[in-house]
Design a protein around this ligand. Sequence first.
Ligand code: FAD
Ligand code: SF4
Length: 471
Amino acid sequence: MSENVYQFIDVQRVDPRKKPISARKQSFVEIYEPFSETQVNSQADRCLDCGNPYCEWKCPVHNYIPQWLKLIRTGRILEAAELSHRTNSLPEVCGRVCPQDRLCEGSCTLEEEFGAVTIGNIEKYITDTAFKMGWKPDMSYVVWSDKKVAIIGAGPAGLGCADILVRNGVKPVVFDRHPEIGGLLTFGIPSFKLEKEVMQKRREIFTEMGVEFKLNTEVGVDITLDEILAEYDAVFLGVGTYQSMRAGLENEDAEGVFDALPFLIGNTNHVMGYAEDKQAYIDMANEKVVVLGGGDTAMDCVRTSIRQGATQVTCAYRRDEENMPGSKREVKNAREEGVEFTFNVQPKGIVVDEHGKVAGVKMVKTQLGEPDENGRRRAEEVAGSEHVIEATKVLMAFGFKPHKMDWLEPYGVEINHWGGINAPEKGEFTHQTTNPKIFAGGDIVRGSDLVVTAIFEGRNAAEGIMDYLGV
Ligand code: FAD
Ligand code: SF4
């Protein structure tokens, strides 16, 4: 560990090396090389250990960042891994996919003048390295109760909930309709951001800890909620939001127009060799692809299209680059890989050829007006600026809203005005729904958001469940 408190001046912020662009454009493996031990030590040593760690406050799970940076720079990896798992159920995932520029790193004291400490990549390094060294969470202290909780959904919310329950001696049984755990981590986020082996390793770890997974099991189809309620002491719903939003564009159902998620799921099934019967592969090879939207999902679509061999990929977004909702890091990565960006344009309709197939997107230019109720400046159309962007395939990435859950209707769980489940953080038992035995968290409660916020809610809901069960 360096004695030099001005290490942040002598040592610049460094991000891990990226693989060559030519390789990135063709492969579905992560684009970053891992940090070396020397790099991690010197990057961790840049932390000022400021008295009031803004990074920790801005991190949604309130990771003990300065403390694990201190442990890592003295080589105490296993202690760092233990500490990291005290606040986060999937630190190696968050290190890979959190938009750190908006969260921990964006609020690092060094950010403006010297470049933030590379927190995310160090978080990922700690758990990856600890796993390689054979580390497993210590469960020797656990005293098992006789309580059993059913978790519906093996996404980050469900896994966060299972992690806290099992560490407190409550048996979690996790149901998911997919053949692998992870939810959108496995079936939404592409493997060039998060390799699928990461979740497979997590499944091993959770299973050894005592979490039971019932995969390929859809609640409402393969098992009823009645059966689950009869067998378990409480239920947690971490079912995500799966209804793709549409813009109501003219010809939006034309041949060659697809929603983002089926495209991404089909690609993952193809790359991973999962059964394709439920979601088929949509091939962008030799196509001119236009992706509508500017968030993380849009970035995943453009970069997947490039890797599938599209001849031209354009992301069309209605505000400017500064106001894009996704991670700036992913926009930069997309641009490096050859994606073109068209800002300040609003789609008005899909242009079709004489066979009804996509030929382009009708656009109108926009300018930024007054802020809306969320403080974001509205995109206002510029009169007379209509034009067409050529396309042979269009992907719509306008976000997600809750899907319909008929199987939940008879159980008195209140659904709110936008279709989400009401499960307030500040109820009698945190994240309890209007059915006392049922709790909920993640995207289905807060709306489509982030991996780390879903983990946080799942963990909090577990605390609510344990209070409810009196354990
Ligand atoms: P999900 O991850 O959606 O998991 C819900 C699980 O419930 C699924 O596995 C589903 O199969 C299961 N399920 C639903 N109904 C049933 C049923 N009836 N029976 C059995 N199982 C059921 N966030 C980031 O922080 N960084 C990113 O880079 C990022 N990129 C994203 C890219 C894409 C393409 C998308 C769509 C989202 C992205 N997000 C990202 C957002 C993030 O993935 C979500 O906010 C997060 O996964 C929500 O977690 P969840 O557990 O609430 O739901
Ligand atoms: Fe940063 Fe996300 Fe890790 Fe928190 S969980 S320290 S926000 S990368």
